[in-house]
Design a protein around this ligand. Structure first.
Ligand code: SF4
Length: 378
C-alpha cells in the first residue's frame, strides 16, 4: 500500500471521529527544544508538572524505539458560552479556564486517538503505536508545530489558522514512515500583545514562559499562594486564558463542534460561597469530570477563598471565620485569614485576633498577623 494513500485515508477518517486537524512529522530528535528545556531548567522556569527527563521529552525513540513518525491531532474547543451567569455583590462567582470546559479533554482526545489507532492497525496490522495527551513525555506543542498543525505563538500556545489557539493537542508515535508535513510560518511578527497583557509578567520574552509566575500554573498548586499573586488571580479557580483572549489570531474563533466539550455554565462559572463547604465526595461528583479538578479540591477551595477576598465579599465573612477556625488544612485557614484581612470588617478583625491566640501553625499565624496589620494600616 502506498503511504500517500494511507495518509490521505487517515486524514479523511480523522475528520469522521471528531479530529479537526491532523499533521505528520518525523520521529527525529527535537534538538532545538532540548536546548530550550535545558535553559528553562537552569532558570527554574519549569512548572514541575512535566513528565520524564529532557531526553525522554525530546527523543521520540526513547519512548518507542521503532518510531519513524508522529501524528499530531488537534480538536477545537469553544471560547464563548451561551448564557454566561453573572456574579453579583453577595453572590460572586469564580471561573474555570476554557481548557476545563466540557469533559476532561484528556478523555476526549484519548478516545479519538484510540479510534485512530484501531483504524491504522486494521490498515497496517504490524503497525506499532503509542499515543499521548498532555501528560505524556513528548511536548504536544513541539510535535504540533513541527507537524504543521499551527505555529508556536509568543504566548507559547500553538496557534492554528482555522481555530486560533483554542485547540487541544495529542499525538501518536508510530513505526509507519509517513510523509512529514511542513511547519507553518510564524504569525506573531512584531506583536507583543500577550506579553503586555499577562497579569504577572510570566511571558519573559516571546516563546519563553516562567511557569512559576504563570497564573494557570499557580491556580493548580496546593500550597500557600505567594502573596504577590493573590490579588492577581482574581476570581480564577483554575487556569488563566488572558494570553489567549488577547491574541488577534483568536478574534472570532469559537468552535462548537463537539457536544462533550460544551461548557455547563453553572459548573465553569460556579457560585463561590457554596464551594467553601463541599465535601470531597460532593466535589468529585460535581467537578470530577472536568480537567480542572485533577489536583483535587484543595487548590480550588483555596482559590475560592482568595477570590472572595479579592471581591471583598462581606457576606462571606462568617463562612471564612468558620473555616479559619476549624479547617484542618493550614493553607485553607491561612488563606481565609488573608481574605478576612482584605474584607476588613470589625467582625473579621475580632475573629482574626481571637483565632491568632489559638493558632499553632507558624505560617497561619504569620498570615493572621499580616491580615491584622493590613487592616490597621488601612
Ligand atoms: Fe503572537 Fe500577538 Fe498572539 Fe502573542 S498576542 S501569541 S505575540 S499574535
Amino acid at each position: 500500500m502506498k503511504i500517500e494513500e494511507l495518509q490521505k485515508d487517515i486524514q479523511a477518517y480523522a475528520k469522521t471521529i471528531g479530529i479537526d486537524k491532523i499533521g505528520f512529522t518525523t520521529a527525529d530528535i527535537f534538538t532545538e527544544m532540548k536546548e530550550r528545556l535545558r535553559r528553562q531548567q537552569e532558570l527554574q522556569y519549569q512548572s514541575g508538572f512535566e513528565k520524564g527527563s529532557i531526553e525522554e521529552r525530546t527523543e521520540p525513540q526513547r519512548l518507542l524505539p521503532e518510531s519513524k513518525s508522529i501524528i499530531s491531532i488537534a480538536v477545537a474547543y469553544p471560547s464563548r458560552m451561551e448564557k454566561t451567569p453573572r456574579g453579583t455583590k453577595g453572590d460572586r462567582r469564580g471561573i474555570f479556564a476554557r481548557a476545563s470546559w466540557g469533559i476532561d479533554y484528556h478523555v476526549a482526545l484519548r478516545e479519538r486517538l484510540d479510534k485512530l489507532g484501531e483504524y491504522i492497525k486494521k490498515r497496517v496490522p504490524d503497525a506499532v503505536i503509542k499515543s499521548m495527551v498532555d501528560t505524556g513525555e513528548l511536548s504536544d506543542r513541539a510535535v504540533a508545530e513541527r507537524a504543521g498543525v499551527g505555529f508556536s505563538g509568543k504566548n507559547t500556545s500553538i496557534i492554528t489558522k482555522e481555530y486560533g489557539s483554542f485547540v487541544y493537542l495529542g499525538e501518536m508515535l508510530t513505526n509507519i514512515p509517513f510523509i512529514p508535513d511542513s511547519p507553518i510560518e510564524d504569525g506573531c511578527g512584531d506583536c507583543t500583545i500577550c506579553l503586555d497583557a499577562c497579569p504577572t509578567g510570566a511571558i519573559v520574552q516571546g516563546g519563553q514562559l516562567n511557569a512559576q509566575r504563570c497564573i494557570a500554573f499557580l491556580t493548580q498548586t496546593k500550597d500557600f499562594l505567594p502573596e504577590e499573586f493573590r490579588t492577581k488571580i482574581g476570581n480564577r479557580l483554575y487556569g488563566c486564558d488572558t494570553c489567549q483572549q488577547v491574541c488577534p489570531w483568536n478574534r472570532g474563533k469559537d468552535s462548537h463542534f463537539h457536544k462533550e466539550l460544551e461548557p455547563e455554565p453553572e459548573l465553569v462559572k460556579p457560585r463561590l460561597k457554596p464551594m467553601l463547604h463541599l465535601s470531597n465526595r460532593e466535589f468529585k461528583e460535581k467537578f470530577g469530570h472536568m480537567s480542572g479538578s485533577w489536583r483535587g479540591k484543595k487548590p480550588i477551595q483555596r482559590n475560592v477563598i482568595l477570590a472572595l477576598g479579592h471581591y471583598k465579599e462581606v457576606t462571606a465573612v462568617d463562612d471564612l471565620i468558620a473555616i479559619m477556625k476549624n479547617d484542618p488544612r493550614p493553607v485553607i485557614r491561612g488563606s481565609a485569614a488573608w481574605s478576612l484581612g482584605k474584607i476588613g470588617t470589625d467582625v473579621a478583625r475580632e475573629a482574626l485576633s481571637h483565632a491568632l491566640e489559638k493558632e499553632d501553625d507558624e505560617q497561619v499565624q504569620y498570615e493572621m498577623e499580616n491580615a491584622l496589620f493590613a487592616m490597621t494600616a488601612n
